[in-house]
Design a protein around this ligand. Structure first.
Ligand code: ADP
Ligand code: MG
Length: 257
C-alpha cells in the first residue's frame, strides 16, 4: 500500500473529512500521474479546496492517507510536505507585500538554496546571480518583468496571483497544486497564465489544478476529476468528462462556480 506505484506521484487514498457534523469529503480515491496536468472541477462547496488542504497538510483527514512518491504525508506539517517537493498557489495570494516584485521571486530560491528543499539536495548550489537570472526569466514569463522594482503589495489582485505562481515555480516543485489560479484575472491575463502553465508542462512538472473556468480546464488538463458533494463522481479524459451525463447533472443540479 505504501509502495510507490510507477507513474503515480500522488495518491489520496480513501480520504474522509468531516467538519463537525458536515462530511466535506467521502471515499476520495485520487491518483495523479507524474508529469500530467490533472484538473479537479465541481460546483461551489463540493470540497475542492478542502481536498487540496488535506493534501498539503493544512487540514488533517478524518481518515485515509495521502501518499507522495511512496511517502505517507498524512501527519506531516505543511512545511515538511513543501520540502518534499509540493508547492501550492493559494486562492488568496500569499506574498511579501513590502518587498519588491523581484525580491518576492528570489526569496523562495534562497530558501531552496539553503537546503530547505530536500528533494533537490544533490543539485549544485546556485549563486545569487543565477537566482536573479532565474527570477528575471520567470518574471518575463509571467509578464511582470517591467515592474520588478515595484512594491508587491501595490500590484493588482491578478498580478499578485501571477507573482505567487512565479514564487512557487522558482522552488522547482515536483508537484504544483493550483487553487483557481486565474480567479479575478482578465481574459488577457488568463491567457498569459495558461501559456505559462503550458510551458511548465513541457518541463515535466506535475500539476493539480482546481478551476471553474472551463476554457482554462480544457486548455490544460490531461485528465479531469469531478467532485460533487464531497465525492469524486467521474474521472476521465477531457472529452469523456464533457460528454458524461453525471457531470452535466452535477452542474445543472448545483450552482456552477
Ligand atoms: P470548494 O472549494 O469546492 O468550493 P470547500 O472545500 O471550500 O469547497 O468546502 C466544502 C464544504 O466544506 C463546504 O460546505 C464548506 O462550507 C465546508 N467547509 C470548508 N472549510 C470548512 C471549515 N474550515 N470548517 C467548516 N466547514 C468548512
Ligand atoms: Mg474552493
Amino acid at each position: 500500500m505504501i509502495q510507490a506505484v510507477p507513474n503515480i506521484i500522488l495518491h489520496a487514498a480513501d480520504i474522509q473529512k468531516n467538519f463537525g457534523g458536515l462530511r466535506a469529503l467521502s471515499d476520495i480515491d485520487l491518483q495523479i500521474e507524474e508529469g500530467k496536468t490533472h484538473a479537479i472541477i465541481g460546483p461551489n462547496g463540493a470540497g475542492k479546496s478542502t481536498l487540496l488542504n488535506v493534501i498539503i497538510g493544512r487540514l488533517p483527514p478524518s481518515s485515509g492517507a495521502v501518499i507522495f512518491d511512496g511517502a505517507v504525508l498524512t501527519g506531516k506539517a505543511p512545511h515538511e510536505i513543501n520540502q518534499l517537493g509540493i508547492s501550492r498557489v493559494f486562492q488568496t495570494p500569499e506574498i511579501f507585500p513590502d518587498l519588491s516584485v523581484l525580491q518576492n521571486v528570489m526569496a523562495p530560491a534562497f530558501a531552496r538554496r539553503d537546503g530547505a528543499f530536500k528533494a533537490n539536495m544533490f543539485r549544485s548550489v546556485d549563486s545569487e546571480v543565477e537566482i536573479r537570472d532565474e527570477a528575471l526569466s520567470l518574471l518575463e514569463d509571467i509578464g511582470l518583468v517591467d515592474r520588478l522594482d515595484h512594491t508587491a503589495g501595490a500590484l493588482s489582485r491578478g498580478d499578485k496571483r501571477r507573482l505567487e505562481l512565479a514564487m512557487c515555480l522558482i522552488q522547482r516543485p515536483r508537484l504544483l497544486l493550483l487553487d483557481e489560479p486565474t480567479a479575478g484575472m482578465s481574459r488577457h491575463d488568463t491567457n498569459t497564465t495558461i501559456d505559462l502553465l503550458k510551458k511548465i508542462k513541457s518541463r515535466g512538472m506535475t500539476k493539480v489544478i482546481i478551476e471553474h473556468d472551463m476554457h482554462v480546464v480544457f486548455s490544460l488538463a490531461d485528465k479531469i476529476s469531478v467532485l460533487a458533494q464531497g465525492r469524486i463522481i467521474a474521472t476521465g479524459l477531457p472529452q469523456e468528462i464533457k460528454e458524461d451525463p453525471r457531470v452535466k447533472e452535477a452542474y445543472l443540479g448545483g450552482s456552477v462556480e
